[in-house]
Write a protein that binds this ligand. Structure first.
Ligand SMILES: [Zn+2]
Length: 489
């Protein structure tokens, strides 16, 4: 009915149809692409008895960067993490909010129908979503065993870090350049994981939010240590001679990577933060965020008010790149497979993991192959593109977390905001609430006096309960965003 190659081509074509703004310069800049594809069963028009599957890209994201902690904003108006996967997920939330609005006001959603309980909605029969990523997600999934025929220093997919002060996707990095970079980062940070200046100001919260991007040193449990014994987290194959490496470092509080030569270089199963040059980021790796979406759904806390259970991706398709089915399984579902006590609607479900043989034209590898002398140094594209299937302003191009090209005068104003930043997604949610009749409100929002972003997230009790189980049983080191960054209205 559908194949990984078909999904990949559909996403690349959607990207090709977008205007030039924010796209990488061919042969010089590379980027990462991720997307969400909606699959829906329909009746064939020529053969009424035959079912066909309609496929539509509903959200697409590109991007390789992540801002440092000092650039984070208490107004929710900046994108902290612009890795393609995260951009695609945020655009998808925007799309889902719009589809819920259509369902609520009776405009006819092509996604949702009324659920069992008043105020709750579920996916229409035959509708499902597939997540596509052009590359293996950074972090745990990128720790890939290498066979004998591969050798660390010779593969052509190594990367040098950009020098523009922002932090870029680690992806899968190998080779002398990557290794040197890892060592440089260590030096810059004065010894890596031991020095964690931001933790002094961290405010501990009892409640959890949807987008904590922060690690805490208070966990009692070490995912990396556990991985050696835990049957859910297979260690690297005995026969592996070496591993592809990720630039994402283990979260503070977890044991650092052993950095031994060969396959012992990394700990497996650990939560990791996206790498930085200069300033540290607070963003967890895409492997970690995707593991969370696989368990709790990709809708986030706010939309969970309106939904009957978690909305999950049925499959994750990866483009042509270094890839290991075992590492993907470990990173995305293995680490959470033992979690029990999840509330109704959040029971774990298997996710299909597939790889396509079609490469993205703007991947790092392709860009290096097309690069010609005199073109300037190959580097990651600084812009992030979000496109989603909504009628009003579907395209949103950002750089450094704000709208691309915004002048300093407008920084901090609504004009500079990305349409997928926390504040804008919150406003879309509040609009949805405003058009919902009182009698049709979700039970968790009836008769409540809520005002801030944090209030609304905390009120999503079932979601928060599921997150608590996941966090305590699988990701104890995944902790919270300072509350003062979530109190905007
Ligand atoms: Zn990433």
């Amino acid at each position: 009915m559908w194949s990984p190659d078909e999904i990949a081509r559909l996403c690349y074509n959607r990207f090709n149809e977008l205007p030039k703004r924010g796209k990488p310069e061919l042969g010089r800049e590379w980027t990462l692409l991720a997307a969400v594809v909606k699959l829906s069963e329909a009746q064939s028009q020529c053969q009424p008895k035959r079912k066909i599957v309609e496929k539509e890209v509903v959200s697409l994201g590109t991007g390789t960067k992540c801002i440092g902690q000092s650039a984070m904003s208490p107004r929710g108006d900046v994108l902290n993490d612009s890795h393609a996967e995260v951009i695609a997920r945020r655009g998808f939330v925007r799309y889902l909010t719009e589809e819920l609005r259509r369902a609520v006001v009776g405009e006819g959603s092509r996604v949702f129908c009324p659920g069992d309980e008043t105020g709750k909605w579920r996916l229409l029969d035959g509708v499902l979503f597939v997540f596509f990523t052009s590359h293996t997600p950074c972090g745990d999934a990128s720790i890939i065993p290498m066979t004998d025929s591969q050798s660390q220093p010779c593969l052509p997919v190594g990367t040098e870090e950009g020098t523009d002060g922002t932090n870029e996707a680690p992806g899968v990095t190998v080779g002398g350049g990557a290794l040197r970079r890892l060592m440089e980062e260590e030096e810059e940070e004065g010894g890596g994981a031991c020095k964690r200046p931001w933790l002094d100001t961290e405010e501990e919260e009892e409640e959890e939010e949807e987008e904590e991007e922060e690690a805490s040193p208070k966990g009692r449990h070490s995912p990396a240590k556990r991985s050696a014994k835990d049957p859910d987290i297979p260690a690297l194959g005995e026969q592996a001679k070496d591993v592809h490496r990720t630039g994402a470092k283990c979260v503070p509080g977890a044991p650092a990577d052993p950095r031994e030569g060969g396959p012992g270089y990394h700990s497996v199963g650990a939560l990791r933060v996206k790498p930085g040059r200069g300033e540290r980021t607070r963003s967890l790796s895409c492997s970690d965020k995707m593991a969370r979406w696989a368990a709790l759904g990709c809708q986030g806390a706010l939309l969970s008010h309106y939904l009957q259970g978690a909305l999950r991706f049925s499959a994750v398709v990866t483009g042509k790149c270094p890839y290991s089915p075992e590492a993907m399984r470990r990173a995305l579902s293995g680490r959470c497979a033992h979690v029990t006590g999840l509330p109704a609607g959040y029971e774990l479900q298997p996710v299909q993991l597939l790889q396509s043989s079609v490469e993205f034209t703007h991947s790092q590898g392709e860009t290096e192959r097309c690069h010609q002398q005199g073109q300037g140094r190959v580097s990651p594209c600084g812009a992030a593109i979000s496109w989603c299937a909504v009628a009003d302003q579907p395209l949103d191009v950002t750089a450094n977390g704000y709208k691309q090209g915004v002048t300093k005068t407008y920084l901090g104003t609504e004009k500079s905001r990305s349409l997928i930043c926390k504040a804008e997604l919150f406003h879309c949610f509040l609009n949805l609430l405003a058009v919902t009749e009182d009698s049709q409100l979700p039970p968790s929002l009836r008769g409540k006096e809520l005002s801030t972003y944090w209030d609304y997230k905390r009120a999503a009790q079932t979601y928060q309960q599921a997150w608590l189980q996941l966090r305590t049983q699988a990701f104890p080191l995944w902790l919270r965003c300072p509350r003062d960054l979530l109190l905007f209205q």
